[in-house]
Design a protein around this ligand. Sequence first.
Ligand code: KG4
Ligand code: ZN
Length: 345
Amino acid sequence: MKILAIETSCDETSVAIVENGRRVLSNVIASQIDIHAKTGGVVPEIAARVHVLKMVTVLDSALDEAKCSWKDIDAIAVTRGPGLISSLIIGTEAASVISFLKEKILIPVQHITGHIYSNWLEAPEEPKFPILILTVSGGHNEIILMKDHFEFEVLGETRDDAAGEAFDKVARILEMGYPGGPAISKAAEKGNGKKFKLPIVLLEKDSLDFSFSGLKTAVLTIAKEYLKEGKNLDEQFQNDLAASFQETATEILAEKLFRAFNILLEKGIQVKEVHLAGGVSANKKLREKIQGKFSKETTFRYPRAIAYCTDNAAMIGAAAYYLFRKNPKQFKAKTNIVPTTEFQI
Ligand code: KG4
Ligand code: ZN
């Protein structure tokens, strides 16, 4: 089954063609980073206009790269939310029009479930359930138990900032530009992660929730103190504070994931695999920290390409395939999708 998937939840216009949930025939991503870097963050109205501008050419390139014509496509998939509503509307409208004109089945996909299925892309074998998942993106941060396809239990979530949001805000404090995550991890490579002692906030003993606002404030306080001494933000200071922040944030994420694993074990649930998904899964330090906590017997997966970590349509195509397989009669041709900003996993 070949699914053409569309993702426009934030500032990436992406169209992919995915076969049977795992084989990526094309995954075209038109990034707006250069545009939003000028304002230090995404301006929703501009993002929406750029989606309109790029949609047709990205669609065309995705078909071209996959060497497919419309008649080869079995279904259309699209991100229904959560995300920026003006951006989502462009994708859902494009998908709905295609569904009508080309008489294709239309499958709406929740964005975070898309991130979860990024670990199915190009995987040589199907992951085995139950799976414990850490989702770390710009807007969302959860620990999820996945018992089977589309059977999710949210065990913990952030009480304030999501992991990616914390990276972005710290990058802004350190004047490192947008997007913050890649800038922090690059700077951290040249910095000393032990230079600044930052709070490892783990909340209550049995809690699987996250809180990053205290850590962000601690970084802000250190930066303000430094500037008060009449100094400028020099590179070594930026690198050391970026490295110390990354060290602490990734320790919190990895420790919470390990805690979840043990809590489940105490309840008699032995997970077969541990997965990492979402934009921050591109972070090398986070991958290393998680790998360090679990024994070699636990299968640990993260997306097989950086392009599958951050927003992309291939992951939406993968999720759509398994959603369709679970209940094929639920989806029809010539339908339309109304986007939503609610989480509803
Ligand atoms: O999943 P995603 O592409 O978009 C949302 O659904 O939100 O995640 C974007 C987030 C941004 O906050 C970005 O700074 C972060 O992922 N990110 C990273 C890295 N690459 C992207 N954070 C840490 N290290 C990275 N290498
Ligand atoms: Zn995302």
